[in-house]
Ligand binder design. Structure first.
Ligand code: GLY
Length: 276
């Protein structure tokens, strides 16, 4: 973890907590924390998003709250700084859950979600060349996410990503798929995932962790067991933030590192890149 990344994570925790401290919803705290990470350009989200193999930056995000199970998501959205805000607007301004592609971009433009100034020229590769490049890698990290618990006892979770290295155009990962990259339910807890989306989707990780919480498993054990399953069954790779409505939380990862932190507004604010 670089010094700027660590400072940015600390700032995101402080921003998120400051909204909670003023009595705002967990949903708003999650959105605001993620907006800071998206804007920073230091992570694979918003301004820092990876490019797909055709040179285009297409991003995914979702957000969910645990009281009424309301949620919104966008996939393959282009040209904006804050996909997490577009996801929140899908939740609040429509009766849909997920908008994709140019239609999602049009939606965000309608609601004046800030456009980013980064312009990259399209890469003119044949489809065969893109497929060859695709085979050369399976890295999948750098997604940003947050979970929060507000005074009313409602939990929320969100995530935002630029995807993975060397994606085919149109590739969508776990982040905008509820139950995979994100889930929140006041009867169980809130979960936000980072890691290789192709593996997280196949195990529906966020929902599986919530189901284990519903059976009375602690957040740490639930996260550990589901990540173990991910690795054992499909050699997956992921990291998880989990939080229950009674304030217990877990940060776990199967990959060697995961930059993350927590703060309850009282004790020491913790940011680390390893959570054994
Ligand atoms: N976890 C982010 C992605 O795979 O797209």
């Amino acid at each position: 973890m670089t010094v700027p990344q660590s400072a940015c994570l600390r700032a995101a925790l402080q921003v998120g907590y400051s909204w909670l401290d003023r009595g705002s919803s967990a949903l708003l705290a999650v959105e605001q924390a993620i907006r800071l990470l998206e804007r920073s350009g230091l992570f694979n989200a918003g301004n820092g998003s990876k490019l797909q193999l055709d040179g285009m930056r297409r991003m995914d995000a979702s957000i969910m709250e645990g009281n009424q199970l309301r949620a919104g998501a966008v996939a393959s959205i282009e040209g904006i700084v804050h996909p997490i805000t577009a996801a929140r607007l899908v939740m609040e301004e429509t009766d849909h859950v997920l908008l994709v592609g140019p239609s999602a971009t049009q939606f965000a433009e309608h609601f004046k979600v800030e456009r980013h100034r980064l312009r990259t020229p399209p890469r003119r590769l044949s489809y065969g060349a893109m497929l060859k490049l695709k085979r050369a890698t399976r890295d999948g990290h750098g997604t940003v996410g947050a979970v929060a618990l507000d005074r009313s006892g409602t939990v929320a979770a969100g995530a935002s990503t630029g995807g993975i290295d060397r994606m085919l155009p149109g590739r969508v990962g776990d982040t905008p798929i509820l139950g995979c990259g994100v889930y929140a339910d006041n009867e169980t807890g809130a979960v936000s995932m980072t890691g290789l989306g192709e593996s997280i989707i196949r195990v529906a990780v966020a929902k599986e962790i919530c189901e284990r919480l519903a059976q009375g498993t602690t957040p740490t054990t639930a996260a550990r067991l589901v990540l173990q399953k991910l690795v054992a069954r499909i050699e997956g790779s992921a990291g998880c933030l989990g939080l229950t409505p009674d304030g217990r939380f877990a940060i776990r990862h199967s990959a060697p590192h995961m930059m993350a932190g927590w703060w309850d507004g009282r004790g020491k604010l913790i940011v680390r890149d390893r959570f054994p």
